[in-house]
Design a protein around this ligand. Structure first.
Ligand SMILES: Nc1nc2c(c(=O)[nH]1)N[C@@H](CN(C=O)c1ccc(C(=O)N[C@@H](CCC(=O)O)C(=O)O)cc1)CN2
Ligand code: GAR
Length: 216
């Protein structure tokens, strides 16, 4: 069976990209990265892609007069590489509904909170500020409305008494790095389908819950 063709879009350090690179190096992993795109030049994630021998492309949003022409360049690059699934991994630009609908149900995102709680930015600090006992991370299909798409997988992460923003960011990333390859694997195996604004699973051993806690 052909491997699912991934396009990974980043804006920064790329540790989630690295988790996907490492997973894709496994001979039986059902997906492969065709191109890595960053909207910011010179970021660590691009180095990770080059070190892995992958096509690394910078499409700098600042170089385009508007979002539409920027997103046309993203779309053309993804299409050129026959990408079947776009993985947003720390991609920090809000995409227009035009772009999102072109890639509807073929684009997923990882977000560092237990959605629908803490949409947007600074999720860890906000969770600590509110004194919640669990933080988390979520993988979802992307919809025009920010952080509002059908949820594929979540991890609930206990917040320790002496937790700091830095320690929570680091702890959350350890869950993200397990969850992203697991979610892509399920999609590549055809075990995930979108049913309205929710996701349903086919013959998975996760009991149709999509929860990763404790880590696999
Ligand atoms: N249409 C959508 N676009 C994006 C989504 C989405 O769900 N729908 N997810 C994001 C990722 N993301 C949260 O997971 C997110 C990214 C960026 C922002 C944001 O406010 N960005 C600012 C610029 C910030 C910067 O460049 O550093 C902006 O775009 O003005 C919020 C949430 C990816 N896109
Ligand atoms: N709203 C989107 C967002 O905040 N994404 C978050 O950015 C970080 C990127 O780290 P990475 O570049 O090391 O993968 C990750 O924690 C990811 O969940």
């Amino acid at each position: 069976m052909a491997k699912l063709r991934l396009g990974v879009m980043i804006s920064g350090s790329g540790t989630n990209l690295q988790a996907l690179i490492d997973a894709c190096s496994g001979p039986d992993y059902p997906a492969e990265i065709m191109v890595v795109i960053s909207n910011r030049p010179g970021v660590r994630g691009l180095e990770r892609a080059e070190q892995a021998g992958l096509k690394a492309v910078t499409i700098d949003h600042k170089a385009y007069e508007d979002k539409e022409t920027f997103e046309d360049a993203l779309h053309d690059c993804l299409s050129e590489h026959n990408v079947e699934l776009v993985c947003l991994a720390g991609f920090m630009r809000l995409l227009t509904s035009g772009f999102v609908n072109r890639w509807r149900d073929r684009m997923i995102n990882i977000h560092p909170s237990l959605l629908p709680s803490y949409k947007g930015l600074h999720t860890h600090a906000r969770a600590l500020e509110d004194g919640v006992r669990f933080a988390g991370c979520t993988i979802h299909y992307v919809r025009p409305e920010m952080d509002n798409g059908p949820i594929i997988m979540q991890a609930a992460i206990p917040i320790d008494a002496d937790e700091t923003e830095e320690s929570l960011i680091a702890k959350t990333l350890t869950y993200e790095h397990k969850m992203y390859p697991a979610a892509v694997k399920l999609i590549a195996q055809g075990k995930v389908r979108v049913a309205g604004n929710k996701v349903a699973f086919k013959d998975t051993d996760m009991g149709d819950t999509g929860i990763i806690s404790p880590l696999p």
